[in-house]
Design a binder for this molecule. Structure first.
Ligand code: KG4
Ligand code: ZN
Length: 334
């Protein structure tokens, strides 16, 4: 099996090829960051239009770099949802048309499942069952992965996603988009103990999160210390630590609650180096913690090609009428 993977759920156009015997052959990504930076966030209409411009040339380039042609592909996987509907539709249309013209199957995969599967691309990988902490720009949830395609949501954010909180806080501090890497960089020079950020819900027994209060706290602090040269770095450090504490506490609760010993942390925020470092505390408590490679934490097509390969292996393919889904629960993927 040789699977072409296509990712267009938000503001990255990405293409990759995964081969059953040779593993990941090639992966390329065209980021739209410059296009959206001007507006301080993703403009959906501009995102769709850019996917149309970028996708076919990127597929051509990936095939060329792999020294292969479409005739050697056995299937095409694409992100079916959740995501921006216009962006998803570009990937769905190209993937299904290409598969149709080649007479090979296509399969639409779940974006969050792909993020989780990125951890299974690593040599040191978990075996089922494991708990997954999915932390992206649009979602934050704790999931029990009992088996491939058998997932139970244990808890989720009741308001902003963790990545969204990074993005909104960065915007308040005038750091631009995307906010996660900018906050992380600034936090390196900040005093983490100067400001006391709230940790909503951490003492509650449930496995839910809440991050929307952090941006209000940021705004108040920033406005009341506007002439202080270090305030941005100190806020960044305090904010980042509050998010990490919430994530770590609830992940540990989920592991104890399920009796499972392995934790996967995936999605854009899992690229955060301080989070990766502090997850070590869980290792010291006897849990095994797994991350995708850093380049496969944020949106990419390697995870889509590999996830698609797993779906094909399990005998799943699209019907000719399969469409894109802007909202799609990972618990009910059929
Ligand atoms: O998974 P992803 O690439 O896209 C979605 O599926 O949403 O996640 C993007 C999110 C953004 O909110 C971005 O600010 C955040 O991941 N992010 C980070 C870091 N790199 C990306 N957050 C914290 N630290 C980082 N180093
Ligand atoms: Zn994503």
């Amino acid at each position: 099996m040789r699977v072409l993977g296509i990712e267009t759920s938000c503001d990255d156009t990405a293409v990759a090829i995964y081969d059953q015997h040779e593993g990941l052959l090639c992966h390329l990504l065209h980021s739209q960051v410059d296009l959206h930076a001007l507006y301080g966030g993703v403009v959906p209409e501009l995102a769709s239009r850019d996917h149309i411009r970028q996708l076919l040339p990127l597929i051509q380039e990936v095939l060329a770099r792999c020294h292969t042609t479409v005739d050697n592909l056995t299937g095409i996987a694409y992100t079916r949802g959740p995501g921006l509907i216009g962006s998803l539709m570009v990937g769905v249309s190209v993937a299904k048309s290409l598969a149709f013209s080649l007479g090979i199957p296509s399969v639409g995969v779940h974006h969050l499942e792909s993020h989780m599967m990125a951890a299974l691309l690593e040599a040191d990988k978990p075996t089922y069952p494991f708990v997954t902490l999915l932390v992206s720009g649009g979602h934050t949830l704790l999931l029990l992965a009992k088996n491939f395609r058998d997932y139970e949501i244990l808890g989720e954010s009741l308001d902003d996603a963790a990545g969204e909180a990074f993005d909104k806080t960065a915007k308040l501090l005038g750091l631009g988009y995307p906010g996660g890497p900018a906050i992380a960089k600034l936090a390196e020079n900040g005093d983490v103990s100067r400001f006391d950020f709230p940790r909503p819900l951490v003492d509650k027994k449930n496995l839910n999160f809440s991050f929307s209060g952090l941006k209000t706290h940021t705004r108040t602090l920033y406005e009341s210390h506007s002439d202080d040269a270090n305030v941005k770095a100190d806020i960044a450090a305090g904010f980042q630590q509050a998010v990490i504490d919430s994530l770590m506490r609830k992940a540990e609760n989920a592991l104890k609650h399920t009796g499972v010993s392995q934790l996967v942390i995936a999605g854009g925020v899992s690229a955060n180096l301080e989070l990766r470092r502090q997850a070590d505390q869980l290792s010291k408590k006897g849990f095994s913690v797994f991350f995708p490679a850093r380049e496969f934490c944020t949106d990419n097509a390697a995870m889509v090609a590999f996830n698609g390969f797993m779906h094909f292996k399990a005998g799943r393919t699209d019907s000719i009428a399969t469409n894109a889904l802007s909202r799609w629960s990972i618990e009910s993927m059929e």
